[in-house]
Design a protein around this ligand. Structure first.
Ligand code: CP
Ligand code: NVA
Length: 304
């Protein structure tokens, strides 16, 4: 594994290895870490807002002995039209790795292609691979294993987080249910690709049927970054796919409620459910740090 550009591009073995390594890294923080990034500088190029991903990567890089360099895409020449491929070649001569949050998946792919350094997708419009690795680690911690579970994603079931869940299901042994109004379910072509890859994914327009027997109820914001103009329309369209107490009652007893955060209370999740499941949700956020370190270590070793 030379880059982490998507979950689509990972094999079953690579995914399992990263989830297991992230779990092992929860056992020790800075004082126990191998300083495998010593002397390295990793650039974080971000074109969208960010809290968890930026902080977890910056802290993770430091704990592994390296230095993070945060670069806001808007302040870079990239923001004035310098091509991604030129930026990639320049940075390759100066830094040891790049972590990119942006809109087009093709930009992250182009950067990896033209750069000569490990490149990580820190969220694009198409995928959020780092998030789902931490989520699977959290399920493993809380339920013993993600194997054989029924994970139900509710809301904008065609967003980046939902799509990364689909690719995880294509590689790993669990059942995924995507629940949303028809217009917010993934397109037929992608569904076929996932089915051909062996993913056990089903699609539901009725949230109550979807939640039945769930081991995990999962949601994400209804208005992803870049979709702000559709805000009111989305809130209206998605309101029957909110995680609330009535929906939780349909899941298995002891089911996890998860949210990648940031959360909008009384939109995709009620205040009551979020607070009742805060321990899981904030552990899920903390696990971003452990998962990022697992990814960084794996890439640093591959480029040694
Ligand atoms: N879940 C997540 O990626 O959060 P941030 O946008 O704050 O990084
Ligand atoms: N789907 C959300 C995820 C935020 C972490 C977005 O893209 O804004």
């Amino acid at each position: 594994m030379k880059h982490l550009l998507s979950l689509e591009s990972l094999s079953t073995r690579e995914m399992e290895y990263l989830i297991d390594s992230a779990g092992a890294l929860t056992q020790g923080r800075a004082h126990l870490e191998p300083h495998e990034l010593a002397g390295q500088v990793w650039a974080l190029i971000f074109n969208k807002s960010c809290t968890r991903t930026r902080v977890s990567f910056e802290v993770g890089i430091r704990e592994l002995g390296g230095s993070p360099m945060f670069l806001s895409g808007h302040d870079m020449q990239l923001g004035r039209g310098e091509p991604v491929r030129d930026t990639a070649r320049v940075l390759s001569s100066m830094v040891d790795g790049a972590i990119i949050r942006t809109y087009a998946q093709s930009d992250v792919e182009e950067f990896a292609h033209f750069g000569n350094l490990p490149t990580i997708n820190a969220l694009t419009d198409e995928e959020h691979p780092c998030q789902i690795l931490a989520d699977l680690q959290t399920i493993e911690e809380r339920l013993g294993s993600w194997r054989g579970t029924r994970v139900v994603f509710l809301g904008d079931a065609d967003c980046n987080v939902a799509r990364s869940w689909m690719w995880a299901a294509a590689r790993l042994d669990f059942d995924l249910v995507l629940s949303g109004p028809e217009a917010y379910l993934p397109p037929a072509g992608l569904r076929e690709q996932i089915a051909e890859a062996g993913g056990r994914v089903t699609y539901e327009t009725d949230a109550r049927s979807a939640a039945e027997g769930a081991d995990v109820l999962y949601t994400d914001v209804w208005v992803s970054m870049g979709k702000e103009e559709e805000g009111a329309e989305r809130v209206e369209a998605l309101r029957n796919h909110q995680i609330n107490a009535a929906l939780v009652a349909r899941a298995k007893p002891g089911a996890l409620v998860m949210h990648c955060l940031p959360a909008y209370r009384e939109k995709e999740i009620t205040e009551e459910v979020l607070e009742n499941h805060a321990e899981t949700i904030f552990t899920q956020a903390e696990n971003r740090l452990h998962a990022q370190k697992a990814i960084l270590l794996q890439l640093a070793r591959a480029w040694q």
